[in-house]
Structure formats: C-alpha cells, structure tokens
Write a protein that binds this ligand. Structure first.
Ligand code: ATP
Ligand code: BTN
Length: 261
C-alpha cells in the first residue's frame, strides 16, 4: 500500500486517522476491533487486498490485490444522530458512492435496494454496515465499502450470486483509487449531515435500480414477494405493488432483490 499517496489524497478529506494494510482479513473486522480500542470518529481502515472480506450473512467478498477499493469508515454517532434509523447508514454510503461515480467519473450508477451499486445492471460495489454494542449502548458504526475498480477485481462466475462489473470498464481510463476514496468520504460527510432530510430519501429514490419494473424479494428458499417496484418510503423501506393491487412494504433485512423474468 502506497501510504504516502494515500495520506496526500486524503489530506483535505474528513478522515481523522488511518490504518492502511497491504493485505488484511477484513477491514470491517479491523474497524470493529479499533472501535473497542480508541478509534476516533471518521477513522478509516483500508487494504489493497482482503483474505476474508465479508458480505452479508458471512458470504465472501473477494478483494484481489490493488484491483478494488476496499475500506471501512468508523462513525461514532452523536446523541442527535442516534435518533436516525440505523437502516439509513448503508444508503448513506450508497448515496456517497453514487454521487462520486457520477460527478467525478461521469458514470450512471443505480442503487439496487437496499445497498448494492450497479452499473448497467451489474454490481460494481457492495456495502456492509455493522455496529458495535456494549449492552444497549452503541459504541460505533462501521461502514464497509468494496468497489471493483479493475477487471482483475471480478471473482469467478461460480461464486457470484449476481452479475458483477468494474468501474474502469466504463471510464475508459485508469481510475486513481485514493482520489476516488477522498471524494467518497467527503460525500459521506455531506449525507451524514442530511440523514433526516427529504433530500436524502428523494435522491436515493431517484437512483433506485428497477423502479417501475417487476421484481422478486426473496425472503428465504420458500417465501418471496413479487411486485412492481414503486419506490421507497420515508424510512427506506421498499414499496411494491403486487398483482392484486396490494401495496406491500419490505423492511431492510436478510432479503434479496432480483429482477423478475
Ligand atoms: P443479495 O443480492 O442477495 O441482496 P448482496 O448483493 O447483498 O446479496 P451479499 O449476500 O452481502 O451480497 O454477499 C456478497 C456476494 O457478492 C457474494 O455472495 C458474491 O456472490 C458476490 N461477490 C463477492 N465478491 C464480489 C465482488 N468483488 N464483486 C461483485 N460481487 C461479489
Ligand atoms: C455486499 O456485497 O453486500 C457487501 C460487501 C461488502 C464488502 C466490503 S469491502 C470492505 C469491507 N470489509 C469487508 O469485509 N466487507 C466490506
């Protein structure tokens, strides 16, 4: 990891302290441990490679050396921030990544509810938000973000649950990972201060993938709901219109969204 270039790129960013690794198990694990020590608000853990990168439900997230941007940001929520629904932290990251891909690279990313970023209907970024608790007290939130930058980042088809893509496929020029990171962290700071605004939900809704299309929400092997994706409500729940006309809202949880054939 080129730490000089990293520190230079992040000089004017909101990042307070940095732990940078050439290779690590998972940046989220390191961040959760750092919270238990003395991590300040907006501390960053970043690695060129992860050997135990995680998605939801302990599914593997593959991070090949220097092919991705894999990092975790620690928030120590203020008293007033604790009032915001915790389900909004993953979309906060999604909004920050989308804004950066759009404004800095001219791309047209979409958010697959609740928290995957797609380019041309393929996943280029995954987000895993985890919290650290002592009893009922929230110590901190870890926002883990993995973005496929080069073609080498793409895992073998056999392990993909959803088609994957990479950012440089669409930029036609090399992407400077640390500059992208600096812009994402600044955008995270912006959306953090707008979590209770209408703008937050409206901007999220505008970028929702598959809006107006028929999708399937898979709850488990036996249960799924099919409906037209209407949008999201003020709490970030997905709103579907079923064939019967019934409006159903789905809470963020261990569910998967797929386009229905
Ligand atoms: P779902 O689509 O079911 O909501 P998800 O997109 O939230 O799931 P996770 O279930 O959290 O994804 O787990 C990550 C999944 O992403 C892995 O199971 C694997 O299929 C896929 N994956 C792993 N590494 C990459 C990568 N570098 N790029 C794209 N997809 C990946
Ligand atoms: C998903 O696809 O749903 C989530 C993937 C999250 C991957 C990122 S990479 C940085 C951080 N460290 C991890 O182990 N996971 C997250």
């Amino acid at each position: 990891m080129n730490k000089v270039a990293l520190h230079r790129a992040l000089m004017h960013s909101p990042v307070s302290q940095i732990r940078a690794f050439t290779s690590i198990g998972s940046t989220n694990d390191e961040a959760l441990q750092w919270i238990d020590e003395d991590a300040p608000d907006f501390a960053l853990v970043i690695a060129d490679q992860q050997t135990k990168g995680r998605g939801r439900l302990n599914r593997a997230w593959i991070t090949q050396p220097e092919a991705s941007l894999a990092f975790s940001v620690i928030f120590r929520p203020t008293r007033s921030e604790l009032a915001a629904p915790s389900a909004l932290y993953a979309p906060l990251c999604g909004l920050a990544v989308c804004q950066t891909l759009r404004e800095s690279l001219g791309l047209n990313p979409k958010i697959k509810w609740p928290n995957d970023i797609l380019l041309e209907q393929q996943k280029c970024c995954g987000i895993l938000v985890e919290a650290s608790w002592t009893g009922v007290q929230l110590n901190g939130i870890v926002m883990g973000i993995g973005i496929n930058i080069t073609a080498q980042a793409i895992p073998p088809d056999a392990i993909l649950r959803f088609p994957a893509t990479w950012v440089e496929k669409y930029t036609r020029q090399p992407v400077e990972r640390f500059n992208l990171l600096a812009q994402i962290t600044s955008a995270m700071q912006f959306w953090r201060s707008h979590m209770d605004s209408r703008e937050f939900i409206e901007t999220w809704q505008k970028q929702l993938a598959f809006r107006g299309e028929t999708v399937r929400i898979v709850q488990n092997e036996k249960t799924s709901i099919i409906g037209i994706e209407e949008g999201i409500d003020g709490l970030g729940n997905l709103v579907l219109r079923e064939v019967s006309g019934k409006i159903t809202t789905v809470e963020v949880g261990d569910v998967s969204l797929r386009l229905e054939d």
